[in-house]
Design a protein around this ligand. Sequence first.
Ligand code: GLV
Length: 430
Amino acid sequence: MMQRAVFSRGALLAQNTAAALESSLAPRSAPLLMRLDRSMSSLTIPPPAALLRPLEVPNRYLFGPGPSNVPPRVLAAGGRPIIGHLHPEMYEIMNDIKKGIQYIFQTENNMTISMSGSGHAAMECAVFNTVEPGESVLVAVNGIWGERVAEIAERMGANVHRMVKTPGQLFSNTEIEQAMAKHKPVLFFLTHGESSAGLCHPMDGIGDICQKHNCLFLVDTVASMGAAPIFMDSQKIDILYTGSQKALNSPPGTAPISFNERACDKMFNRKTKPVSYLLDMTHLSNYWGCDGQTVRAYHHTGPVSGFFSLRESLAILAEKGLEESWRQHKELAAYLYKGLEDLGLTLFIRDKDLRLPSVTTIAIPKGYNWRELLVYMMKNHNMEMTGGLGPSIGMVMRIGLMGYNCKKSNADMALHALADALKNCKKSKV
Ligand code: GLV
């Protein structure tokens, strides 16, 4: 009762403030009736005062693990006029996106689309479509992404087996094969670019092991795609996905994914329907024109502007060339490693050949509070770097220089900000 009265007074105050603001902005000639109408409104919830102010978005150096800064060309593509999601021009754009994904994944798979959603949507799509409740799933956990997939698979009723290592550690092919022989999974998950630890996991030979054990091989490349080599077809990866917001440099919200014949065989011959309607590949394959039907039926309304941006970011990568992009990321990462070591910092992944070129992890320097360092850089340099994620929290700080941000001048800026933070943040005595 009391609460309601307080709320009503607050609401009235906001309403009056909004009305006062509105009337001060209204042209003198606005009909009195219109203004009176507002005071006689039937609404109990006033328009939020916050929305009567213009949108404010700071310009920041996004040197964390993503989202990364988006090039003006991609931003401009996202600002093009909206067209219908089922217009023929949109289908053309989706076809272009499909070709771009085939290129960056190095695959000829017909079943190649972009999810209307972030990397998590692709993760769920892969699991929901290829696994049925009660089936066995094997997950390599050496950072956050394995943890996520294991939880997703458990939620849909799979029988999940985790192979767990501390963040940044590798799984040998022998270990993978032994676990596969023991648990007889229908799906094995491994992260290529483990952004929480800064590890780029070797892929060779694992696809063969999966084929031998009649298991699908699912790989997450959200943090590595475009920055580190991966070859979906020749490495016998059955399902591969990525996200738009890292080295691809699109805004967050779209996520390329591809399924090969083996994966299609499993997902289109199931006994039960996938738990999600939105992520059901029988519908999505039709929406993307991958199912051989002449008519694409309505399933959901795709993120039209997000697809424009994704197309543009794929075009930039196609123009530059994948190999050149890998080379640039590797070269810049080596430059960054040297600069970090010159500052007296220790890289978290010791073996430089196993480091993820897009996201570099630094062991937290002794005696420093990592949060203080990050806050200092944000406040004084307008720059985002981050701490660890999931199991790597408290172990690492992360610097991401990817795609558009993959430039020597940015590495210099990041090193300068870090040096300044190390100098100015209080070091405790531990
Ligand atoms: C998110 O993708 C992260 O690595 O922080």
